[in-house]
Design a protein around this ligand. Structure first.
Ligand code: ATP
Length: 337
């Protein structure tokens, strides 16, 4: 559906994206994820047509759109702050793009009504000013305004980042439901790894103007392709050489103590069925405890090396400061680069 081929994007002499090669399938929810300044927005803007690549090509359904004007690309955008018109009512906001296109009044009315009912905006809400709506309702208006133009692609640039944590989670779920309902190919930009993991069919992880990995959320998390990706996603232990040496002596998987090695905190266990697995075990002492409710994070000391583990709250496994525990680690869970 969308393809970037050998795209390079420059601002003056500064190369913001290089060797950009990416394919997005029809109907996919595809996320561009990475830290601030890595080139996500630049990539999105090149697809929409706000910036021009200095080389390479962008294709939609096989057609080269690299130099096509913005309005001919059939792409709608939802912005970070929704960019709704605060003094217009909801109906007028949704109808705006159709009016610009000079469609007949009857047709505009029918299309606004249709999209409003699909995103659950009532007739009463259509007459309200945008400033009188909740954050969630405003999000639905922004999406309705984008979808009413019947774009082939919906792009969203951090649409949840201005909201408080609980509303963000709630709207994230709504957004996912709406995208599934419409099945529209969607490109989503975020720096929030949890948002990316929960929303996406696939994710591209960006770092300093290059893509480090493209994959499903589970691939990105469990089979991180690079040291950057495994550090950026989730909660992880970097194993020091002393720890790595102790683990290496106990397991079959070959480890190189001179190379960086990582182990996710939830893959450090305090009890384990060890049969048929490649397990190392070590004695450790609890030196710090962070209680999160859903789980508890323990900082453990192993002869001067630090390792963290998380225990799911099950009302049973609780340790106190100074407790001695045995930790178990599976060689398969250790990622080396
Ligand atoms: P954020 O999450 O902070 O928006 P981002 O990953 O979307 O970050 P971009 O906005 O794509 O990053 O910026 C990528 C790089 O290009 C940054 O180093 C930025 O400083 C630079 N850049 C972005 N826009 C311009 C511009 N108009 N002129 C010059 N440099 C720019």
């Amino acid at each position: 559906m969308i393809e970037f081929k050998d795209v390079e994007i420059k601002y003056g002499d500064f190369v913001a994206m290089k060797d950009l090669n990416l394919k997005v399938e029809e109907g996919e929810f595809f996320t561009l994820l990475g830290p601030s300044g890595c080139g996500k927005t630049t990539t999105l803007r090149s697809l929409v047509g706000f910036v021009n690549p200095s080389s390479g090509g962008i294709y939609i359904r096989g057609k080269n759109i690299t130099h096509l004007p913005v309005e001919k690309r059939e792409i709608s955008m939802v912005f970070q702050n929704y960019a709704l018109f605060p003094t217009l009512n909801v109906y007028e906001n949704i109808a705006f793009g159709l009016k610009v296109k000079k469609l007949p009044k009857k047709q505009i009315e029918a299309e606004v009504q249709d999209i409003a009912s699909k995103v659950d905006l009532s007739d009463e809400q259509l007459l309200k000013k945008v400033s009188e709506l909740s954050g969630g309702q405003q999000q639905r208006v922004a999406i309705a305004r984008a979808l009413v133009l019947k774009p082939s692609i919906l792009v969203m640039d951090e649409p949840l980042s201005n909201l408080d944590a609980s509303l963000r989670v709630q709207l994230r779920n709504e957004l996912k439901k709406l995208q599934r309902k419409f099945g529209i190919t969607s490109i989503y930009v975020t720096h929030d790894q949890e948002e990316a993991l929960t929303l996406s069919d696939r994710i591209a992880v960006f770092n300093k103007g290059v893509i480090e990995q493209v994959g499903t959320p589970s691939d990105i998390y469990n089979k991180s392709a690079t040291e950057f990706v495994c550090n950026f996603i989730g909660d992880i232990n970097k194993l020091d050489q002393a720890l790595l040496g102790k683990i290496k002596d106990q397991i079959r998987k070959p480890l190189d103590v001179t190379k960086p090695a990582y182990l996710r905190t939830e893959r450090v266990h305090t009890s384990m069925q060890v049969a048929d697995r490649d397990i190392a075990s070590l004695r450790a002492k609890v030196v710090d405890i962070d209680y999160y409710g859903l789980y508890t994070k323990y900082t453990l000391d192993v002869d001067g090396s630090t390792i963290k583990n998380v225990e799911k709250e099950d009302g049973r496994t609780t340790y106190a400061m100074g407790d001695e525990v045995t930790i178990y680690m599976d060689g398969d869970d250790i990622m080396q680069f």
